[in-house]
Every structure is written in structure tokens, then in C-alpha cells.
Design a protein around this ligand. Structure first.
Ligand SMILES: [Zn+2]
Length: 295
């Protein structure tokens, strides 16, 4: 599933091609024919991204809400649109260019009220200038759920997916299993700031790169294939920092990748490891009140 940087990048590119003028809208596949007929010929005022949601604002207080889901795909270009490829749900074309949308989870006409309801359900988006992290931080600080689950929950923070989750937690050296409420405010704020920086970088590059140059086998020049992540899809490979073997586990219905050594604080991801840790830690002698033990 595309993460927030992909959606913001799509919004930026499509704004450049289509916003600010009257557009033609149709639905070659037919499933958005009614909406397209209503919008055809109207001015497309703006295209806005919030997390993984897109809103196309048309003149007359009408929006199209788009969520790509797992299989949705945009194509864009300049000039006249080519013949539709595959099942194109919505096609928009203007004087400068065109876009097509196929396979989305959502492509619906919404009014201002419905748009607000959708926005009320999602947390702040680190890629938005107007985003305030306070609500996300408060929610994480009072939750017993693992931070690896909370970061993927779009109601808590919008736009973070499986790649950013794994990489953000590694860069912060936080165990994905750590309960939200075990984290300090400063740790969560640092996660937010790192998410904002990485998502912006991803939006500009059009791909996710989370490794610092010094941690890559080839620190200079373009980021090579296989050097862009610390832990994501690196199961069984050595950690770039400590050399330990990268592990994986299932969390929030997706595979999570982590370094069991760098990310051992404050708690470990698997119960097996936790049991192993406990077995190795020396037991504190129980001392009754008033007694002094000689040793
Ligand atoms: Zn490590």
C-alpha cells in the first residue's frame, strides 16, 4: 500500500497538471460515471493530501475523495490523455495534462460535511504544514498498545505505512513492542520529527531512503539498490549498526522488521526473547525489613 509520501507526491504532480482551470472528467470504466458527469467542465480548484487520502476540490463545494488502498494506481502525463489502459475509474484532463485513476478503494463524490467526517477520523499528517503533533503524542502516551501498532494506525498518525514504521523505530532505537505509554514525550516528538523529515525526503525523491550516508556501504553518490533501508526486508542480514541478525515478526497484520539488539529498549518484540532475557537476569535477593544481610 502506498505510504503518505506517494500520495502527497501524486497530489503535487497532479496540481501542476490540472489545478486552476476547467477540466474534463469522465469514467471510461463506468463506475464513476454519475460523479464524472456532474464534474465535467467544472473548475478544479485544488488537490489536497491528508495521510493516504486525497481530496479534489471542484467549484461549487464538491469534492472527490480518493483512497488508493492496496491496488489503486495513478497515471499522469502532459498534453492529451492516451486511450485508457485497464479499468480507469476516473480520468481528468485539462489544458496542461491529464491523470487517470484505476483500482482505488474509494473514489466518491463528497460534500463538505462528509469530507470533514473523513478528516476527523484520521490523525495529524507529518507531511502537512498545518499538522500539530499534540493529539498524536497524547494518544500514544495513554495507550497500552505497542508503538509498532500505533504508528500504523491512521487514526493516530496519518501517512505512515509498513516501511516507515520499521525504519522510524529502528532509527529511534525503540522496540516495536514497547507500549505507547512506556515512551517519553520527547521520544514521541522525536519520532514525529523524524517521520516528517523522512516523508518529505521520500516525497521529493519518489522513493523511501532512510539510511544515513555514513551507514551505507557506498556513502557517496546515488543510493544503491539494497542500501536504502536499515531493517525493512532485511531479515537474516546483518544490522548496519551492530552486526546482529535482523529479525521479523507479525504486527498489525503486516510483517515487522527490527534489530533485536539495537531495539531492545524498553522491551523486546517477542515473548520468546523476553523469557530468555528474564532467565538470564540475576534475581535480586529478597531482604526482609529490619534485617541486614552479611555478605
Ligand atoms: Zn543492531
Amino acid at each position: 500500500m502506498p505510504e503518505g509520501h506517494t500520495i502527497h507526491r501524486a497530489a503535487r504532480i497532479q496540481r501542476g497538471l490540472l489545478a486552476g482551470g476547467a477540466v474534463r472528467v469522465d469514467s471510461p470504466q463506468g463506475r464513476f460515471a454519475h460523479g464524472a458527469a456532474l464534474l465535467d467542465g467544472r473548475e478544479l480548484l485544488a488537490i489536497d493530501a491528508y495521510g493516504k487520502h486525497l481530496f479534489y476540490a471542484f467549484a461549487g463545494d464538491v469534492w472527490v475523495h480518493v483512497h488508493l488502498g492496496l491496488f489503486g494506481k495513478f497515471r499522469t502525463g502532459t498534453g492529451e490523455p492516451p486511450p485508457p489502459r485497464g479499468a480507469v475509474r476516473m480520468r481528468v484532463s485539462g489544458e496542461r495534462g491529464w491523470m487517470t485513476l484505476s483500482g482505488p478503494t474509494a473514489c466518491d463524490l463528497v460534500d463538505d460535511n462528509e469530507r470533514r467526517l473523513i478528516l476527523d477520523r484520521i490523525g495529524p499528517d507529518p507531511l502537512r504544514e498545518d499538522a500539530r503533533p499534540a493529539a498524536a503524542i497524547a494518544r500514544i502516551m495513554r495507550s497500552a498498545a505497542p508503538i509498532g501498532v500505533l504508528l500504523m494506525d491512521q487514526r493516530v498518525v496519518a501517512g505512515i505505512g509498513n516501511v516507515y514504521r520499521a525504519e522510524l523505530l529502528f532509527r529511534a532505537r525503540i522496540s516495536p513492542a514497547a507500549p505507547g505509554r512506556s515512551l517519553a514525550r520527547a521520544q514521541i516528538l522525536a519520532l514525529w520529527k523524524d517521520a516528517r523529515m523522512l516523508l518529505r525526503d521520500g516525497e521529493e525523491r519518489g522513493r523511501i531512503v532512510t539510511t544515513r550516508p555514513a551507514d551505507r556501504p557506498h556513502p557517496r553518490g546515488a543510493v544503491r539498490r539494497g542500501e536504502q533501508y536499515y531493517v525493512y526486508h532485511r531479515t537474516g542480514q546483518p544490522c548496519r549498526i551492530c552486526g546482529s541478525t535482523i529479525e521479523r515478526a507479525a504486527m498489525a497484520a503486516r510483517t515487522l522488521y527490527f534489530c533485536p539488539v539495537c531495539q531492545s529498549e524498553p522491551s523486546r518484540p517477542s515473548s520468546r526473547t523476553i523469557a530468555g532475557m528474564r532467565a538470564r537476569s540475576p534475581k535480586k535477593p529478597r531482604v526482609a525489613k529490619g534485617h541486614v544481610t552479611a555478605s
